[in-house]
Unconditional design. Structure first.
Length: 247
């Protein structure tokens, strides 16, 4: 089977955590994996590990905060394929969890550069390849912390996490996804959070020092579900591994 016959996916931040696990699971299904990684050495090590497991992987050096890096990534992917079926915007930054009274514009900007401007940079750059696919999908990896419904629920742990940068960046990403979905109906744009909002659980990753109650595999369930939706599937939705959640 050639690349043109396989389902192809680009995953940003694919060298570890949720991105790597999504790559592993989709690679096992026979997908062609374009593994985006800001750190080229770690990215190649991750790609080699997946290749050793039988996956078809191309490592893509990709810093989502750099226009030049994103443009180079497009050129690299184009050398392997003339279309991209799925884009998973997974790369994210937690910020320093600075208390609102101490937060500065610089702190917020650094988080937005990865969590908001990054997905916009990558999505914009890869739109032509996505539009060349028969059934393109874009999955934005967000957080329950980006949901107004979750953050305003006093019973949710994130309601007590007093910071500005991360939660507001994910709320912005959610709105961006909805606007893409409305404007580009030929592409399925959806948002996934790797937790279980109803059960107040989140996935254990480096970003939370592995304090989550869900495994990284469980955390990717929602991501894979949206990556694998069919042509009649939803667009402009927000889900966790249990189903739709409130914005």
């Amino acid at each position: 089977m050639t690349n043109s016959e396989q389902t192809s996916v680009l995953i940003t931040g694919g060298n570890k955590g949720l991105g790597f696990e999504a790559a592993r699971r989709l690679g096992e299904l026979g997908w062609t994996i374009f593994l985006g990684s800001r750190d080229e050495g770690r990215g190649q090590a991750a790609a080699d590990k997946l290749t050793d497991g039988g996956a078809n992987v191309v490592m893509v050096p990709l810093d989502v905060t750099s226009d030049e890096s994103v443009a180079d990534a497009v050129r690299l992917v184009r050398r392997h394929t003339d279309r991209l079926d799925v884009l998973i915007n997974n790369a994210g930054a937690p910020g320093k969890i600075v208390a609102p009274a101490d937060a500065t514009a610089d702190e917020i900007h650094s988080v937005y550069d990865t969590n908001v401007y990054g997905p916009v940079r990558v999505t914009h750059a890869f739109l032509p390849l996505l539009q060349a696919a028969d059934h393109p999908r874009v999955v934005m990896v967000s957080s329950g912390g980006g949901s107004f419904a979750v953050v305003t629920d006093p019973g949710q742990p994130v309601a007590k996490m007093h910071e500005l940068a991360y939660s507001s960046s994910k709320a912005a990403l959610n709105m961006i996804t909805v606007r893409y979905a409305q404007a580009l109906p030929e592409i399925k744009f959806n948002v996934a959070t790797p937790g279980e909002v109803a059960n107040r659980k989140f996935a254990a990753t480096d970003m939370n020092n592995h304090t989550g109650q869900l495994t990284v595999t469980e955390g990717t369930d929602s991501i894979l579900r949206l990556a694998m939706i069919d042509a009649d599937g939803p667009t402009g939705t927000f889900i966790d591994r249990l189903g739709p959640i409130g914005w």
